[in-house]
Design a protein around this ligand. Structure first.
Ligand SMILES: Cc1cc2nc3c(=O)[nH]c(=O)nc-3n(C[C@H](O)[C@H](O)[C@H](O)COP(=O)(O)O)c2cc1C
Length: 436
């Protein structure tokens, strides 16, 4: 069942003028393939393959704006010394060119991990603490082992000074400048998944009493300063500026839900090109939920594979499953009907995508793990490539693009330490990305 005539195949023009040729966006997934913080030819091969697969835009895995603070080995990171800048620009340019083909756009996701940077990750000493809005450590669970793991792996962050805040704003702006110079068509400012900017937005991790904490407006101040600083460094007005934020961690608390709406209104007033809605943090990793996944396979499957689990899923009866944050996105859309929303997480069928688009829940969808397993998923959904070869067809009525979950993601340790399952999941899919 091809969907070229339905909403998924229609273009979307963003306010910067960038036109997405369809509504299918490969969302950010850290490739963990950088060498010395720089992208390599392996990034080029991966992004060229995705561009050929029909994606409207490819959001890169998170690029750390300061190489002293990363998520770990293999992250792309902006060097802190000017001497490295030329070489970095060269590697970023090759990366941007590889993906910006066949009408596909390259968007660089910019991030700072804040308190989610493990000890020893990045070019700081083992003993230097990472930074955060407040000196509040991660809570990875209530078990003793979870508390010990959190203390050893992440420790307690140092509360940022005004000088740290100014430096962060400058680092995001400088990274955006480099991205524009390298030929990316836009940046996505990462203010989701519990990373530094998300830590500022949330009242759980931001207990500051200065201009950057307290009310939802004050907690959003750093994000707004970053957006404004980025704008001064990129070609106006044609460069795309999006922001990724969380929905899920706001839902448990009605005040937090109102805070989210207030903060989205501020983003809209900044005229961002889109808001990418997702959810989850290292403390509660709902973004890497496996509720929509098949059981693990014994080893990472080949992309577009014909593994046993796929054959099994082809014959299974499939029930449509909603995207992880569909209801939250619908609620946001009611409040902000003119703000383009990319909804990310949990899409596993063409009907699920089209229904979300046609119900007005979002303007485009962000797809992660299925993009790794099926690099040409858009061409399949739009009827340009055959839907055979690993994708299950439910009696010809719908196309499903199931993915398996990572082995080891649901063991005893994962039950005791909340981020262990998510860690297994991202390691597994990074390995599959390397094989594309
Ligand atoms: C291997 C891997 C790496 C990820 N890295 C990032 C990242 O760098 N930035 C980000 O915002 N989200 C990251 N995510 C989360 C995805 O963007 C997405 O929210 C999540 O995979 C849910 O979408 P899906 O169900 O389509 O996979 C990552 C996910 C995976 C599987």
């Amino acid at each position: 069942m091809a969907h070229q005539k339905s909403t998924v195949g229609t273009p979307l023009k963003l306010s910067c003028g960038l036109v997405l040729k369809n509504r299918l966006v490969k969302t950010a997934m850290s490739e963990k393939m950088a060498v010395g913080g720089k992208p390599t030819s392996a990034h080029g091969r991966l992004y060229a393959k995705w561009a050929q697969g029909g994606w409207a835009a490819l959001i890169t895995g998170n690029i750390m704006v300061d190489d002293r603070y990363t998520g770990g080995e293999g992250d792309v990171a902006v060097p802190s010394t000017a001497a490295w800048r030329e070489e970095t620009l060269h590697t970023w340019t090759a990366w941007a060119q590889a993906g910006a083909k066949d009408g596909c756009h390259m968007i660089a996701q910019l991030n700072h991990p804040g308190r989610q940077s493990p000890a020893g990750a990045g070019k700081r000493s083992w003993f230097a603490k990472t930074i955060a809005p407040s000196a509040i450590p991660l809570n990875l669970g209530d078990t003793c082992i979870a508390r010990v793991a959190s203390a050893i792996v992440f420790g307690t962050p140092r509360e940022m000074t005004q000088a740290d805040i100014d430096d962060i704003v400058a680092k995001f702006a400088s990274a955006a400048h480099l991205a524009a110079q390298a030929g990316f068509q836009g940046v996505e400012i990462h203010a989701g998944h519990g990373f530094l900017l998300s830590q500022f937005l949330s009242s759980t991790s931001n207990r500051r009493q200065d201009a950057y904490g307290g009310t939802p407006e004050k907690r959003a101040r750093l994000v707004l300063e970053v957006i404004r600083a980025v704008r001064t460094q990129v070609p106006a007005p044609s460069f795309c500026i999006g922001v990724k934020i969380n929905t899920a961690d706001f839902q448990a608390n009605p005040y937090a839900y109102q805070d989210m709406l207030c903060q989205i209104a501020l983003l809209r007033d900044e005229k961002v090109d889109y808001v990418n809605l997702s959810g989850g943090t290292y403390e509660d990793p709902t973004m890497l939920s496996t509720t929509h996944s098949e059981p693990p396979s014994s080893s990472p499957s080949a992309p577009s594979g014909s593994s046993k689990s796929n054959e099994d899923s082809a014959s299974a009866t499939r029930k449509p499953r909603d995207a992880f944050f569909l209801q939250a996105s619908k609620d946001v859309r009611v409040q902000f009907p003119d703000l383009p929303i990319i909804l990310t997480g949990g899409f596993r069928s063409s009907t699920g995508i089209n229904t979300a688009l046609e119900d007005g829940a979002c303007s485009a969808v962000g797809i992660g793990r299925p993009a790794v397993k099926y690099p040409d998923l858009p061409n399949k959904i739009l009827g340009l490539h055959s839907f055979s070869g690993g994708i299950s067809v439910d009696g010809g009525k719908d196309e499903h693009f199931e993915v398996e979950s990572a082995p080891g993601g649901s063991g005893m340790l994962a039950k005791m330490i909340r981020s262990v399952g998510a860690g297994a999941e991202s390691k597994y899919w990074a390995e599959v990305m390397r094989r594309i």
